[in-house]
Design a protein around this ligand. Structure first.
Ligand SMILES: [Fe+2]
Length: 408
């Protein structure tokens, strides 16, 4: 009967459960929008709020995916209008999902009560209680996963080591310890203190050479000076060589390059330098060559320029932010003993059996992480220190790497 339906609907709308969800929707949407504005539009958020802001961002992630699709590009993240839409829609979807799950579980519990015939009353009550609590239990499990992926794993830096045999490596470089630090992404999502911790951990490995493979700053001119200054302790301690990544281009490639150089990092985008001994870098050819190429997405990739005029018997490392460069046929014309890359972050999420479903590479999971054999050289891909478009890591903790070169 229509009158009864209206009464049922009215009592459902004004039920305590629905009113609580409505109030939470309004409060969380406002909180999410305010925090997003502080962090991504004003660039004025305190580091101590970073994890809270990341969690709020994750909760409305389906809304951000929709914004990226309908808003046309990544710049939706810098728009207040999109922040309001995404937070309102995202938290609305969560609230509706909770109410639907809650209604379904109550119906199931009622059905179980009505159909119980042979089981004892106590077992029946236990099952019904469990079903009724299912949405809350799912929310607690989801909350636990969220805390792990945004708070615990991204802060858990690993040191990964590999020995890399190199034919004809001069004896003075046998056992050279190369520290790779990449994708620090200083910006709204990664704090300066976390990057400083990665640098301290790197120096504790007693490296002979540091290579930096790009994405020092996530985006925003404000972070350029600080992102480069964070690398200065490395350059003061050991020879340090770097190339730019795509995010450095988004922030301003010329300024990032100049600022890193001013802090002592020898930049080799489509260029090279040499270690003629274990203690210093030089322009003069000989010893061990450390070359670099420009970023594949934002710059020219010029191995012919980087390696021009170097004798074939000089062993060499190649820094390339993007590991897909390994597949370029042009690279096959040159001797490369080891290419060092970042960029993929290992996909940031890796699931049992499936692996990493979202690796930013044309070659799927091949260059996601670790030591990989490319068509013409070995490639080491570090999962990096920071985070990019997604504020979480799962199964792919941050890492720094120590590669020991061994005479073969
Ligand atoms: Fe990156």
């Amino acid at each position: 009967m229509p009158g009864e339906r209206v009464r049922n609907l009215t009592s459902w709308i004004f039920s305590r459960r629905v009113l609580i969800v409505l109030a939470a929707w309004i409060v969380l949407s406002a909180l999410g929008t305010w925090r997003h504005h502080k962090r991504w539009i004003e660039y004025n958020a305190s580091d101590s709020w970073t994890v809270v802001d990341s969690m709020l961002h994750v909760l409305v992630l389906p809304g951000w995916v929709a914004a990226k699709v309908t808003g046309g590009n990544y710049n939706a993240v810098y728009s207040l209008r999109w922040a309001i839409i995404v937070n309102t829609v995202g938290f609305g979807m969560l609230g509706i999902g909770y109410l639907v799950a809650s209604g379904v579980s109550r119906q199931l519990a009622a059905w179980l009560r009505d159909s119980a015939r042979v089981e004892s009353e106590s077992v029946d009550i236990d099952r019904r209680s469990l079903l009724r609590a299912a949405p809350e239990l799912a929310a607690i499990a989801g909350g636990g996963g969220l805390v792990y992926a945004t708070l615990i794993e991204p802060a858990w830096i690993h040191v990964r080591r590999h020995d890399v045999p190199i034919a004809g490596l001069p004896s003075e470089f046998d056992g050279l310890r190369v520290l790779q630090i990449t994708d620090t992404h200083r910006g709204p999502r990664v704090t300066a203190s976390f990057i400083a911790e990665a640098v301290r951990l790197g120096l504790a490995q007693k490296p002979d050479l540091t290579v930096l493979t790009g994405d020092y700053v996530h985006q925003g001119e404000k972070f350029i000076e600080e992102s480069a200054a964070l690398m200065a302790p490395l350059a003061r301690a050991v020879p340090t060589v770097g190339v730019l990544g795509n995010h450095d281009w988004y922030a301003g490639s010329r300024r990032v390059r100049e600022t890193l150089s001013a802090h002592g990092v020898w930049m080799v985008d489509n260029d090279r330098c040499f270690m003629r001994n274990r203690y210093a870098l030089s322009r003069d050819a000989g010893g061990l060559c450390i070359a670099g190429v420009g970023d594949l997405l934002e710059d020219d990739v010029e191995p012919d320029i980087a390696f021009a005029g170097i004798r074939r018997d000089v062993p060499r490392l190649l820094l390339s932010h993007n590991p897909d460069v390994a597949e370029m046929t042009q690279l096959g014309n040159h001797r490369v003993d080891l290419m060092l890359s970042g960029h993929t972050h290992g996909g940031q999420v890796s699931l049992p059996l499936i692996g990493a479903p979202g690796v930013p590479s044309r070659y799927g999971q091949k260059y996601a992480r670790g030591l990989v054999d490319g068509p013409s050289c070995r490639v080491h891909i570090s999962t990096g220190v920071g985070m990019s478009v997604a504020p979480f890591r799962f199964g792919v903790p941050p890492e720094i790497n120590v590669l020991t070169l061994v005479r073969a």
